[in-house]
Design a binder for this molecule. Structure first.
Ligand code: ATP
Ligand code: CA
Ligand code: CA
Length: 598
């Protein structure tokens, strides 16, 4: 690696990496012009030579199914056979996958297509525009303030060099500077992407496990992101240097750090979208060095109720719902699940030779927990990973919940405030009295594990002397955690929808009923037991005679659902049966044509 200079550098595509065509099945894509790299409907996947050589020798455990599992718009690459996996091989090389950008989103001149159908052909990518304003408003005196040293890393969009401050507070401090070439910013979107990367990094800087941001500069050729230098290398290299995997106790220390920074990002309404071992760096070479999350190049602000639809990320780590183009914060949690799986066993949970094969595995295959070393891994660790790699994002744990999971629970780390609590309490406040009674019964059947998380969250809301909370407690808890990012992602908007709590207070018992997710509980091994215990409570305290019509109204479904609902009511007494109770808690998902017309 050479010396860094503050001038235009060769593009990543000229640095000896190969680009594989993964969608469209046609010719390879043209060189990617910038960070919004996918063009012409092709998602580009870069494969660095040093990391690619062994990939082809790594067979996949997932024989191809028949029909393509890929969502519309994600065309498979030419199929290749992927024979059985060998488990005893060393950990394979790093993800060759780079960013799988939905090129379609790009062509409209904005970064995120929020609504409307997504065109599926690959034509009409955004043309480079000579009149683009590449002025960011950052400091222009980079050379006077910093002295660049040798290159320490290189990515798809920029290269990173060591640097030293020449004056002021940063004088002689070891720094890292990510240099992003303006020549590669060929579209308004790619410029916006850089602006957002800086904005997010700046807003979130300060968390213990997030790389510290110092400055952003620019000149005619480049944008320079000045940050703390992490001298300990990437988590990926550490995994490799440890022979491919971590012992459980060490893995826990890594996963706690990852979850703590992810929980922080999520509370701020920022989804990282590129969590992988390459994007966690150690601050030093010391064995007990802390990790920092870097590379917010694909990150975005997300409002509490919003779903994103651009396909972004790295193939091995991408969540199923991202491939289905409707996702939120839970997509990051899936990636943490993939990282944890790798840490514990040294293999990737979803592997194939081709990117389409990986996507198929992500969408359909269950990760292997039978082969070595899994029999010697603790039951808690396995349960933990399974609860992150649930294909149904509603059933996945949040980062705050994961930190409270028995595998990780300890006195040593703090449980952060969970925005999921806000979302669930909001829904509870708008639910019908019958639904609330059903949830109250459910909350009576919770296990100690679930209660421990709820107690931690209730404590963070700092209940009043009478042990109760009101909307002000929710407000103050957000205020205590607020950064500029939260304003941008409009997280506090959720408080408006909690207005019913302005007029009354909630005790811990009611909070439990309000803050539980039936979906998450259904994913537990003990769900049937929980449901039947809850039903006993419901029979005593909430179950009442209900007609099919009334039940349909409760569920906001139309007459076509009546036949279905009839089976939920006991003929003996006209009340909900156990089946009806669990179904009612879950809510019915019927096609829109079945929903009641107002
Ligand atoms: N603060 C830092 N300290 C030390 N090295 C760093 C730092 N930031 C980045 N690097 C190195 O530079 C590499 C590229 O940085 P980064 O991942 O931000 O770039 P990118 O172009 O967005 O990459 P990608 O292709 O993964 O999107 C990192 O993988 C890492 O090795
Ligand atoms: Ca990176
Ligand atoms: Ca990046």
């Amino acid at each position: 690696m050479g010396q860094c200079y503050g001038k235009t550098i060769p593009t990543a595509d000229n640095d000896g990496t190969t680009t594989i065509t993964v969608a469209g099945g046609g010719d390879p894509p043209p060189p990617t012009p910038g960070r919004s790299s996918a063009s012409n409907g092709v998602h580009s996947v870069k494969n660095t030579p040093s990391r690619s050589s062994a990939t082809s020798t790594w067979p996949s455990p997932y024989p191809h199914g028949g029909a393509s599992p890929l969502p519309a718009g994600v065309s498979p690459s030419p199929a290749r056979s992927t024979p059985r996996r060998f488990f005893k091989r060393p950990f394979p090389p790093p993800s060759p996958a780079k960013h799988i950008k939905a090129s379609l989103a790009r062509r409209f001149g904005h970064a995120r297509p929020r609504e409307g159908p997504i065109p599926e052909d690959g034509a009409a990518a955004e043309e480079p525009d000579q009149s683009l304003d590449k002025n960011f408003g950052y400091n222009k005196n980079f050379g006077a303030k910093y002295e660049l040293g040798k290159e320490v890393g290189r990515g798809h969009f920029g290269h990173t060099c060591q640097a030293k401050g020449r004056k002021g507070e940063l004088r002689d401090l070891p720094l890292a500077v990510k240099i992003i070439s303006k020549a590669k910013m060929t579209t308004a979107i790619s410029i916006e992407d850089v602006r957002r990367e800086v904005k997010i990094l700046k807003a979130l800087s300060g968390h213990k496990h997030l790389v510290r941001f110092y400055d952003a500069c620019e000149d005619a050729n480049n944008v320079y992101i000045v940050m703390e230098l992490c001298e300990g290398g990437e988590l990926l290299d550490k995994i490799l240097s440890r022979g491919g995997r971590y012992i459980e106790e060490d893995a826990k220390l890594i996963v706690v750090q990852i979850l703590s920074v992810v929980a922080f990002c999520h509370l701020q309404g920022v989804v990282h979208r590129d969590l992988k071992p390459e994007n966690f760096l150690f601050t030093s070479r010391n064995e007990d060095a802390d990790m920092r999350l870097i590379d917010f190049g694909l990150s975005d602000f997300i409002r509490p109720e919003e779903r994103l639809n651009d396909i972004v990320g790295s193939a091995y780590y991408v969540a199923p719902e991202v491939l289905h183009r409707s996702y939120s914060l839970e997509a990051d949690i899936w990636s943490v699940g993939v990282i944890t799986y790798i840490l514990l066993c040294g293999s990737r949970p979803f592997w194939a030779r081709t990117e389409s094969g990986i996507f198929r595995a992500v969408l359909r295959a269950d990760p292997n927990f039978d082969d070595l070393p899994w029999p010697s891994v603790s039951a808690e660790a396995k349960d933990f990973v399974k609860r992150l790699l649930n294909k149904d994002y509603r059933k996945r744990m949040t980062a705050a919940q994961a930190l409270n999971h028995p595998w990780l629970r300890s006195e040593n780390h703090h449980i952060p405030l969970d925005i999921l609590i806000y979302k669930l309490v909001k829904s509870y406040l708008h639910a019908t009295p019958f639904k609330r009674a059903a949830l109250k019964a459910l909350s009576k059947a919770l296990t100690e594990d679930e209660l421990s998380y709820l107690r931690a969250q209730f404590r963070l809301l700092e209940p009043n002397k009478d042990g109760r909370i009101s909307v002000d407690n929710f407000k103050m808890a957000l205020v205590r955690n607020t950064t500029d990012a939260m304003k941008e992602s409009r997280v506090p908007d959720i408080l408006n929808a909690m207005a019913p709590l302005s007029y009354r207070k909630m005790d811990f018992d009611e909070f439990c009923a309000a803050a539980i997710s039936t979906y998450q509980l259904e994913a537990l091994e003990g769900w049937e037991q929980i449901a039947s215990t809850a039903f006993e409570h419901f029979e005593r305290e909430g179950n009442r005679v209900i007609s099919v019509d009334e039940l349909a109204r409760e569920l906001n479904v139309g007459p076509t659902a009546h036949t279905l609902l009839r089976d939920w009511i006991q003929s003996s007494n006209g009340k909900l049966s156990l089946l009806g109770y669990t179904k009612f808690l879950h809510g019915v998902t019927l096609r829109s044509s079945n929903t009641r017309q107002h």
